[in-house]
Design a protein around this ligand. Structure first.
Ligand SMILES: [Mn+2]
Length: 342
């Protein structure tokens, strides 16, 4: 039996991309079954925290990751109070919070089953990242207006994709939420590049919104059709998987292929899947052992926690830690043979 894992993210441009990166990284853990919620109504902004009961999908999951959802400087006390009440009422679940805006870390630390991380550069705002920035996170960072190291390393193509994602994510259009998430999941980069390169007259976005009177451009209409097709096939594939009761054997990621030629623009996988899985589980374990900033733990404690998170079927050896220490950016050695989260 797999652990059910849910990623809940902000329905803006970078939020869609961050959700997809986190989904991919968590999915590397073979014992995790990961779904995402990015919803232009329910995860529109910081008020999401006040309406967590509008996301009943949370109840079926053991691990819940809130990403790219900020706490507003003027109303964070109410927001964090609502989140704390929500997680305390669900002591069997583990919650993680990650954003590139400052978080109310001290208050969040008062609940036993939530861990929070603030990373100021969007480039670092995902779980399971390695020291090498991923293309997805470069695109996510370019979607935001905050200062980021991404500007120093971006390619023109990544900038065009980011522009396309911003246009696709603009509220008032048909793509934000499920559809844009599907386009990212299935690597529809070519059409997103095309969207980014369309005439800006077709994409007037006052205050980031698409005015309701503006007709969708040719590329927007094409992306809408592709997304609808992908979602229909995903649903059909899930239903047939349920019918045949062989869910473990059917990976709808692999099964669903967009009709036409394969997309030309490829997004690189950073690491082989098994190493990625180890990095991912160890990071979650390190987060869980970090009950206060700078908390120290041993490698053995880290492995034990990673096994608990991954479940019995998840194999991880002492030697894997050494392998990972060099590649993952999140652990630091401290005197006394201990480790801390960076
Ligand atoms: Mn953001």
């Amino acid at each position: 039996v797999k652990h059910q894992v849910l990623v809940v993210s902000h329905a803006d441009a970078d939020g869609h991309v961050i959700a997809e990166q986190v989904r991919r990284n968590l999915s590397a853990v073979p014992t995790f079954e990961v779904t995402t919620i990015v919803d232009p109504t329910r995860t529109k902004d910081h008020r999401t925290w006040l309406h967590l009961d509008s996301i009943p999908e949370i109840e079926a999951n053991e691990y819940v990751f809130f990403v790219d959802l900020m706490f507003a400087p003027a109303s964070f006390v109410d927001e964090v109070t609502a989140l704390l009440a929500f997680v305390r009422a669900r002591p069997q679940k583990r919650f993680f919070v990650l954003d590139h805006h400052p978080l109310p870390l001290r208050r969040l630390a008062t609940a036993p089953n939530v861990r929070a991380v603030y990373r100021e550069d969007v480039l670092d705002c995902a779980f399971g990242l390695t020291s090498e920035p991923s293309e997805l996170m470069i695109i996510a960072a370019l979607c935001e207006s905050q200062p980021t190291r991404a500007h120093a390393i971006k390619t023109p193509l990544q900038s065009d994709i980011a522009k396309g994602v911003r246009r696709a994510a603009a509220l008032g259009g048909s793509l934000p939420g499920e559809k844009l998430s599907a386009l990212l999941r299935f690597n529809c980069w070519d059409a997103l590049v095309e969207l980014g390169r369309e005439d800006s007259k077709l994409h007037r976005l006052p205050r980031g919104r698409r005015p309701s009177g503006d007709p969708p451009s040719k590329t927007l209409r094409k992306l809408d059709r592709t997304a609808s097709e992908l979602l229909a096939r995903t649903r059909a594939s899930k239903e047939s998987a349920q019918k045949s009761a062989k869910e473990d054997l059917v990976s709808y990621d692999v099964e669903v292929v967009v009709g036409h030629a394969p997309p030309k623009v490829q997004i690189k996988q950073a690491l082989p899947k098994d190493l990625e899985a180890i990095v991912m589980a160890l990071e979650l374990a390190a987060l869980y052992l970090t009950t206060e900033p700078g908390a120290e733990f041993t490698a053995a404690e880290l492995i034990a926690e990673a096994k608990k998170i991954g479940g019995d079927k998840f194999v991880i050896e002492e030697g894997d830690i050494k392998n990972v220490l060099g590649k993952a950016g999140f652990l630091k050695k401290v005197p006394g043979n201990k480790l801390v989260l960076k």
